[in-house]
Design a protein around this ligand. Structure first.
Ligand code: ZN
Length: 311
């Protein structure tokens, strides 16, 4: 049992337009951009991170904007919805705000007794705001949404799978327990203490076709561990269970390992250390273009070729 896992760390998705993406998260949703860097494996593309003030694990939504990406086709084997936690009684505020910002696909619903507002991201991404009681996480409030309404961090991700059974077993191995069930959706939550982003929903949809990944699709879901020692324990246990896990990769702001789950979703396990203030002051997070040392020599080219993301 992997009690080293404490909830979500980040969710990484694909987008088409970097500027539109930045506007959606920093202005419409009021999150803070905490890092502007490039995709370490494809450095001519941005890697943009949006979160709370500090980039606290459990609040970090990240994007690879590929300007020529075709839109993804929703289906199984992917994350259908990424949900953020907002205070109770705020969905009316949010519905009005998102409508006035031109956000599409708004729909109110209830799941497991919680009020949800689902809506689309700039590339048709599936998002939800979920009213949560007593979420103690401090919000970023300099993004135009006040502390009474602002996003607290992730509430959950919801995976659409042809058969959720094997992934459910994996989640149990990863320190999640099944806490509820509604129709074809099984809800899991981290056992014991967590960082607040502790819920995963698994929806089984046996007749729905496989998703095709593209702009608006989630690329992977990352789970949080405190440090590198705990990450190595998780890696060893997963490999002993038969999973093919990558070596530990330095992502500058965290250390990462990746593995493919039975339902098709790519999982990552990421460390809370060293964090997003390792190369810039907390006051100025996300402002300058930051490059990892292996790509620093590309700076002149990247600074002239990457699309500016602010007006
Ligand atoms: Zn990642």
């Amino acid at each position: 049992m992997l009690d080293q896992i404490k909830g979500l760390h980040h969710v990484t998705s694909l987008a088409r337009d970097a500027k539109e993406n930045n506007n959606f998260f920093t202005h419409k949703l009021g999150l803070r951009r905490v890092k502007k860097t490039v995709n370490f494996d494809a450095p001519d593309v941005y890697h943009l991170y949006y979160a709370d003030e500090f980039g606290t694990p459990g609040s970090v939504m990240t994007y690879f904007p590929f300007p020529d990406a075709a839109r993804g086709r929703p289906g199984t084997g992917e994350v259908g919805f990424t949900a953020f936690s907002v205070p109770e009684g705020t969905l009316a505020f949010w519905a009005q705000r998102l409508v006035s910002e031109g956000v599409t696909g708004l729909k109110r619903s209830e799941l497991f007794g919680e009020q949800r507002l689902t809506f689309e991201g700039p590339d048709g991404d599936g998002f939800a705001l979920v009213e949560t009681r007593d979420d103690g996480r401090a919000p970023w409030t300099n993004g135009g949404v006040g502390s009474d309404e602002a996003i607290r961090g992730f509430h959950s991700v919801s995976m659409r799978l042809q058969d959720g059974g094997a992934t459910a077993e994996l989640l149990k191995f990863m320190n999640y327990e099944e806490i509820d069930k509604s129709g074809s959706v099984r809800r899991f939550a981290v056992k014991g203490d967590s960082n607040g982003a502790d819920v995963i929903d698994v929806e089984s949809l046996p007749v729905l076709g496989h998703a095709r990944q593209g702009a608006g699709s989630v690329h992977h879901v990352a789970f949080a561990v405190e440090n590198r020692a705990k990450q190595l324990e998780v890696r060893k246990a997963l490999m002993e269970t038969g999973y093919q896990v990558t070596p530990v990769i330095d992502r500058d702001y965290f250390w990462a390992i990746y593995f493919r789950t039975p339902g098709g979703v790519l999982f990552e396990v990421a460390t809370n250390e060293p964090g997003f203030d390792r190369d810039e002051d907390t006051k100025h997070l996300g402002e300058a273009l930051k490059l990892p040392s292996q790509h620093e020599h590309l700076r002149p080219y990247l600074e002239s070729h990457l699309q500016p993301i602010e007006d």
